[in-house]
Design a protein around this ligand. Structure first.
Ligand SMILES: Cc1cc2nc3c(=O)[nH]c(=O)nc-3n(C[C@H](O)[C@H](O)[C@H](O)COP(=O)(O)O)c2cc1C
Length: 252
């Protein structure tokens, strides 16, 4: 088995939540497998989620303080951001764990994304615009672990909430794949508030099996910017899966 460094970015305010219990199970499982685990518990860290110009090495609107490499190497980089970037750089795999709030990540995690994936790290690397399957985090694996109030059917293809693949597209494709990571299928715990003891046991069993196969699981087959898109960043003709529209266009 491949031994990995796994970084969990965790957003939930309550220690007595389902999410907290699943995080503890995840850490225990991964450490039991011999992996090294680090956790950024965003509420416990009192993470500042509000991005501001000085986070980006920008003194005033439109003026970069950083060198050609951008803020990644700029002295202006805030220590809290730098620490998170270093945790990501050290990791082989990253897990983002959160409850689905208003169809997306809790604001504190959105603010972690806004501030940590800044210029020269999340995008604009060497001003070369490597992205979508390429970038600073290329070669790392990423997985979303999300709990939802909605039942599975509500998140299915014809579900009233839209399909979970569509809801997670901005995060999985627009953030994790964009920054270079290979995105594994998400682990989605639906109907979270209705889970009883046996449902919890099943949930933990499924989660463990996902974590046990983290190194081998086939990533979602998103298409790569460098190969599959024309100079206007449109998918080259003929590459779309038959009948696909919308987000599903971007799957091989
Ligand atoms: C502010 C807020 C917004 C929520 N929005 C959604 C939502 O958009 N879709 C959904 O399925 N559940 C939603 N829920 C339900 C949570 O996802 C659910 O309570 C959580 O996953 C349960 O896990 P926990 O016990 O660890 O909090 C929301 C809950 C809160 C508090």
């Amino acid at each position: 088995m491949v031994v990995m460094k796994i970084h969990i970015v965790y957003a939930h305010p309550h220690a007595a939540s389902l999410n907290a219990a699943l995080r503890d199970e995840a850490v225990q499982t991964l450490e039991g497998l011999g992996h090294t685990v680090t956790v950024s518990d965003l509420y416990a860290m009192r993470w500042n989620p509000v991005a501001d110009f000085d986070d980006f090495g920008i003194e005033a609107e439109g003026t970069f303080v950083g060198t050609a490499v951008g803020a990644f190497e700029a002295d202006a980089m805030k220590a809290d951001i730098k620490a998170e970037q270093e945790k990501l750089l050290a990791a082989d795999a990253v897990v983002l764990q959160f409850p689905l709030w208003w169809f997306t990540v809790p604001a504190i995690m959105k603010g972690w994304i806004d501030r940590v994936f800044n210029v020269g790290f999340g995008y604009g690397v060497n001003r070369a615009w490597k992205r979508y399957g390429d970038g600073v985090l290329a070669g790392k694996r990423a997985m979303v672990l999300v709990t939802t109030g909605a039942a599975e059917s509500h998140l299915s293809d014809r579900g009233i909430n839209g399909s979970i693949d569509d809801l997670l597209f901005p995060l999985q494709h627009g953030v994790l794949f964009y920054t270079g990571m290979q995105v594994l299928p998400p682990e989605v715990v639906t109907g979270a508030h209705l889970i009883d003891e046996s449902g919890y046991a099943d949930t933990v069993k499924r989660l463990r099996s996902r974590l046990e196969t983290l190194a081998e699981t086939e990533p979602i087959a998103y298409r790569k910017q460098a190969e599959d898109y024309d100079e206007d960043k449109r998918l080259k003709p003929g590459l779309e899966p038959e009948g696909a529209t919308g987000f599903a266009l971007h799957l091989a």
